[in-house]
Every structure is written in structure tokens, then in C-alpha cells.
Design a protein around this ligand. Structure first.
Ligand code: SF4
Length: 283
């Protein structure tokens, strides 16, 4: 059996940084993360054991230290934490921080901000906050068309959710171009996602069985699974080694493995070990 493990499998830079920052504050009294630090139950439960639980807001809790996850938050959270004398550990990914700065700067100049992304995603909600929750948020060019935006003297700034589909963003930019509207497009799509997706394509093309490891409710994992399935029909999305079955692998010789941005290295290792064990039992 040959295992082809993607180099880009697992935590991206921003998630790795956020998780490490959170663990540095383990066993510190009344420390919480605002929302789950990542979409991975193993990591969340490990943090809870170390005394760091997720909370949804700052109401009805004694909070000494608040960890902001890589998705980032709106400015009101910084203000609320300051007014309540809460120490902030800001693990916002620097790439997301850059979007906050851009959006704030352009909004202050009077530009209309267009975010191409999912309006209920925490990252997008956070970005919107840096323009007083006044951004135009669209998931694609169809939604943009439906808005009936009129030509105005206002300049538009177009940014995207960091993990968003490049094609959707490009179609939106083309729309502004075709209409001759004054706009500036700043590409804010993160390469980590692009590279992970491209590597999934490359591996899926050679694999007889493709394993995509990650939470069933992580959007980037599901996207990787979708991509893998397009090139390798025998693709499976598994949360961890427990979900890996012999039936999935069958008699396949080339097994490809990739993993979503929130999948810890320990989970990827456990899947690899189980595969090797299955292979030894077969021999
Ligand atoms: S996907 Fe990119 S932008 Fe998002 S946390 Fe990871 S490194 Fe940061």
C-alpha cells in the first residue's frame, strides 16, 4: 500500500497560531474563547479539559481573559472587553486583520464595501463590523444582480472572505468592470486554501481511494471532499480514525490523504497509523 499524504493537510498558519496561543493560556483562571477556536471537537474538548471553554458572548460570565479566534471579530468586541477590563488574546489571523484594516480605511474615505462571501460566516460578520455593519455582502454575481445597484459617484472596494471560491469573486469583479463602475478589487483570498485544494486535485488524480479528514461540519473540509470526489470517485470524508473502515479502502494500492484546515496533526497521524495496521493485517 502506498500512502500519498498531502503536505498541506491540516492546520493552516492562522489556525495553528490561534490554537497555540489558546494552549499557552491553559489553566489560567476564567479564560474563554469567543466561539469555538476551530471546527474540531478533539481540539475543543482538549482545551475544555485545560480550563478553556467557548462562550458566545460576554454576558453573565466572569471573564478575565478572552481569546479571539482566527476568524476575527468586529470592533465592538474590543470595546466591550476594554470596558469590562478583560484581557484580550487576539489570535485573529494576520490575513483577516489586513482585511479589517482595508475595510476600515476605505469606509472612512466614503467608499462602499462589497464583501463576496457567506454573510453568516463569523469572519464575514467580523469584517462587516469594521465598516459599521454597512457592507454589501453577496455570495455571487446572481445576488449582486438582484441588488439593482445604480451607478453612483461612490467608489466600491471589493474584498472576499479568505476561504471563498476564486471563480465567484472574479465574476463579481467582472460585473463591476462591465458596468464601468468605479471600483478597486483587492484579492484577499488566502493561498493556504488554494494550495490545499490544488494538492487535493493532484493527489486525487493518482489515488484509487482518497481520504479527506476533517469535521463533517467544516466547510473547507467538505469543499476538499467535493474536489477529491470529482477526480477520485472512491473518496471518503472521515472525522477521525474511528470512522475509517476497511470497506472504504478495499484492495486499493494508492491511498491519498488530505485534511481540512482545522484537523490536528494527531488526527491525521492516527488515520495513517490505522491504514498501516490494516495493511499489515492483510499481508
Ligand atoms: S485559511 Fe488563511 S486566512 Fe484563514 S486562518 Fe488560515 S491562514 Fe488565515
Amino acid at each position: 500500500m502506498k500512502i500519498i499524504l498531502a503536505k498541506t493537510a491540516g492546520f493552516c498558519f492562522g489556525v495553528k497560531r490561534a490554537v497555540e496561543m489558546a494552549f499557552k493560556h491553559q489553566n489560567t483562571l476564567n479564560t474563554y474563547t469567543l466561539g469555538p477556536i476551530i471546527h474540531n471537537d478533539t481540539v475543543i474538548n482538549h482545551l475544555i479539559q485545560k480550563g478553556i471553554s467557548p462562550i458566545d458572548n460576554l454576558e453573565n460570565k466572569t471573564v478575565n481573559t478572552l481569546i479571539i479566534r482566527s476568524h476575527g471579530v468586529k470592533p465592538e468586541i474590543y470595546e466591550e472587553a476594554k470596558s469590562k477590563d478583560i484581557q484580550l488574546v487576539d489570535a485573529t489571523c494576520p490575513y483577516v486583520k489586513k482585511i479589517h484594516r482595508l475595510v476600515q480605511e476605505h469606509y472612512t474615505k466614503g467608499h462602499r464595501i462589497v464583501i463576496v462571501g457567506n454573510k453568516t460566516h463569523p469572519e464575514v460578520e467580523g469584517i462587516n463590523g469594521w465598516a459599521h455593519n454597512d457592507c454589501i455582502i453577496i455570495k455571487d454575481v446572481v445576488e449582486l444582480e438582484a441588488l439593482n445597484l445604480t451607478q453612483s459617484s461612490t467608489k466600491y472596494l471589493i474584498v472576499a472572505q479568505t476561504t471563498y471560491k476564486k471563480e465567484s469573486v472574479e465574476q463579481v469583479v467582472k460585473w463591476f468592470d462591465a458596468k464601468n463602475y468605479a471600483y478597486q478589487y483587492i484579492n484577499t483570498i488566502c493561498n493556504a486554501t488554494k494550495e490545499r485544494q490544488q494538492e487535493a486535485v493532484d493527489i486525487a488524480k493518482q489515488a484509487e481511494c482518497m481520504l479527506v479528514i476533517g469535521s463533517h461540519y467544516s466547510s473547507n473540509t467538505l469543499k476538499l471532499y467535493e474536489i477529491s470526489k470529482a477526480y477520485c470517485a472512491n473518496s471518503h470524508c472521515i472525522a477521525d480514525a474511528d470512522e475509517l473502515t476497511r470497506e472504504m479502502v478495499g484492495n486499493c494500492e494508492n491511498i491519498g490523504i488530505t485534511a481540512g484546515a482545522s484537523t490536528p496533526a494527531s488526527v491525521i497521524d492516527a488515520v495513517t497509523q490505522k491504514l498501516l495496521k490494516m495493511n499489515q493485517q492483510e499481508a
